[in-house]
Design a protein around this ligand. Structure first.
Ligand code: GDP
Ligand code: MG
Length: 172
């Protein structure tokens, strides 16, 4: 069996939960005061998709997104992408289109998902974000992207995001 390895880039504004998502998926942990950098370029996890071994390499941005300084090296060779925004941060949603454009410019049309993270905080912030939920669905349709709502904290839907990307990649 040939092993398939997929480079997945996880992009979005700072503090939306990208590093936490990578940690959660690859190490099965969640920490509240997670360090800004993980010290390595990526973490990986191996899964089985339709009897095929797939190695997902999830690349973290190490906080560079705050300075708009994500380098070409980060995107280079990316084969799938997770666009993340947070339920509690409207700016992070507004920034999605520009993140998506950056990815397209660097690597073209690769399997991509739109993720609304921190869905566990929905109740607390309900009045602020009820519109955001509808708008997010609209944006996903417009960009023709699969849309997931996740809670990295409660481990809700995180596996599904990466399973979908691996599936989609293998179908190409
Ligand atoms: P990044 O800058 O996008 O890498 O975001 P981090 O992974 O550093 O997360 C920023 C903060 O959000 C941290 O305090 C995380 O613990 C927290 N966080 C991440 N995901 C969730 C989630 O699903 N729910 C809640 N309540 N907090 C989260
Ligand atoms: Mg981070």
């Amino acid at each position: 069996d040939m092993e398939v390895a997929i480079k997945v880039v996880v992009v979005g504004n700072g503090a939306v939960g990208k590093s936490s998502m990578i940690q959660r998926y690859c190490k099965g942990v969640f920490t509240k005061d997670y360090k800004k950098t993980i010290g390595v370029d990526f973490l990986e996890r191996q899964i089985l998709v339709n009897d095929e071994d797939v190695r997902l390499m999830l690349w973290d941005t190490a906080g560079q997104e705050e300075f708009d300084a994500i380098t070409k090296a980060y995107y280079r060779g990316a084969q799938a992408c997770v666009l993340v925004f947070s339920t509690t941060d409207r700016d992070s949603f507004e920034a999605i289109s520009s993140w998506w454009e950056k990815v397209e410019v660097e690597v073209g049309d690769i399997p991509t998902v739109l993720v609304q993270n921190k869905i566990d905080l929905l109740d607390e912030t309900w009045t602020v974000i009820q519109d955001l939920c509808e708008e997010a669905e609209g944006l996903a349709k417009k960009l023709k992207l699969r849309f997931y709502r996740t809670s990295v904290k409660e481990d809700l839907n995180v596996n599904e995001v990466f399973k979908y990307l691996a599936d989609k990649y293998l179908q190409r």
